[in-house]
Write a protein that binds this ligand. Structure first.
Ligand SMILES: [Zn+2]
Length: 412
């Protein structure tokens, strides 16, 4: 029986969303939280984008130091040989890559305007996969962009060519959220059966079915005899109407009617980190968590009407499918209501030492405190909002890595 693994793409699809973005430190914290949660892989960014270079290198260093372990860190690039070469030039330590190219006739004609045929798409992808392997990629995922508007026959041909050239996974992208649970089940099952390799599913919410499609696609792939890798983002933040929400996908996979009896996660997930990761992403993106968000929304465990309140008080299972404590909710939160000392880009040493002292961080010397404060100032310049406790603690603990993350001078 195949298993379900999670690949979170917040640091790629989430950050490329219009009007939204994250600082490199925020992206790093997200990788750390995903790792704590037990997520298999983070699609952490864009290896050919120059302002990502130091961030990617710094996160790979954190992996080597054991901080970002066992999570896999994987870069996203176009399936073009020159992109693969640039990747290994800029981020030589990268081990995991996904190579993306459009496969639908709509996009082949609409984007390449007659300059590429279907055969060119396959040849370009296999050349890129070969180059990635030759340059040192340990795992390669091959992404079929707009797969849901691509004919099954061509998708199978594309997948088989990827497999022949040593790809480890095939990503089925429902780029426009066009699928429904019935169609994605049929297509992914046929792909798993005919291509015979693990399959990723990447679903969007344009028709409100991103999570449902992820679950149906996972079932199709496992029924077809393969492992499935569901792509998610935190709070569903992603292009347009967003991606499949990380927490909702976990809840659906583990708690929906009868599903988990047959379709299981390949690695255990620490759901108690759900609330924290959702709140951090909300703060970092500057996008409030919808009140009715599954599991982590303010109303996810709220009851007002007489019949519901009475029922839930008698037995929570009357009106709740799962307990709030499972998601890490219910702990008291410290909110300052009086005097506040905040670290910002113009902070001085006295206020900073006071603030860090409250978190039980002390410095061996004034020089050390000054050095950390300087990094905190830069972090605040980049994020333009007060740093959360975990960001301050990260900078104090890994100043060299923080310095790298905060170095944003244009390269060359
Ligand atoms: Zn996407």
């Amino acid at each position: 029986m195949g298993k379900i693994y999670l690949i979170d793409v917040t640091n790629r699809d989430g950050v490329q969303t219009a009007k939204l973005g994250l600082s490199k430190l925020e992206k790093t914290l997200i990788n750390i939280y995903l790792n704590e949660m037990g997520v298999f892989q983070s699609e952490l960014g864009f290896p050919t984008t120059r302002h990502e270079t130091l961030y990617l290198q710094a996160n790979l260093e954190l992996a080597e130091m054991g901080v970002l372990q066992p999570i896999r860190l994987q870069g996203w690039i176009r399936a073009i040989v020159s992109d693969v070469e640039a990747t290994f030039k800029l981020v030589p330590g990268i081990k995991h890559l996904n190579l993306s190219i459009s496969t639908s006739d709509q996009m082949i004609q609409g984007k390449f305007q007659g300059k590429k045929t279907r055969d060119d798409i396959i040849n370009g992808m296999t050349q890129a996969a070969d180059a990635a392997r030759a340059l040192g990629a340990e795992t390669i995922g091959v992404n079929a962009e707009d797969a849901s508007r691509t004919g099954l026959e061509f998708l199978i041909k594309f997948g088989l060519a990827a497999k022949e050239h040593g790809a480890d996974r095939f990503r089925y992208c429902d780029t426009l959220g066009y699928d429904n649970p019935f169609t994605i089940y049929e297509t992914t099952k046929a792909l798993a059966e005919n291509v015979g390799m693990p399959i990723e599913i990447h679903c969007h919410g344009d028709l409100g079915m991103a999570e449902a499609n992820s679950i149906a696609g996972a079932k199709g792939i496992i029924d077809g005899g393969q492992d499935v890798y569901i792509n998610t983002t935190i709070n569903g933040i992603g292009e347009r109407a967003g991606n499949a929400d990380l927490v909702a996908v976990i809840l659906a996979a583990t708690k929906s009617k009868g599903f988990a009896e047959k379709y299981q996660l390949g690695a255990s997930i620490n759901l108690s980190k759900a609330s924290k990761i959702a709140e951090f992403a909300s703060y970092a993106f500057g996008v409030p968590i919808p009140i009715n968000q599954p599991g982590v929304g303010a109303n996810a465990f709220a009851h007002a009407s007489g019949i519901h309140a009475d029922g839930v008080l008698k037995d929570p299972e009357n009106y709740e499918l799962y307990d709030f404590k499972e998601l890490g909710r219910g702990k008291p939160k410290f909110v300052e209501t009086g005097r506040e000392i905040i670290a910002g880009q113009y902070s001085g040493i006295s206020g900073f030492r006071h603030l860090m002292g409250k978190m039980e961080v002390s410095f061996s010397s004034r020089e050390e405190a000054n050095e950390i404060l300087e990094l905190v100032r830069y972090a605040n310049v980049e994020s333009q909002k007060p740093l959360v406790e975990d960001e301050l603690l990260f900078i104090a603990k890994y100043p060299k890595i923080a310095k790298k993350l905060l170095t944003l001078a244009p390269l060359e």
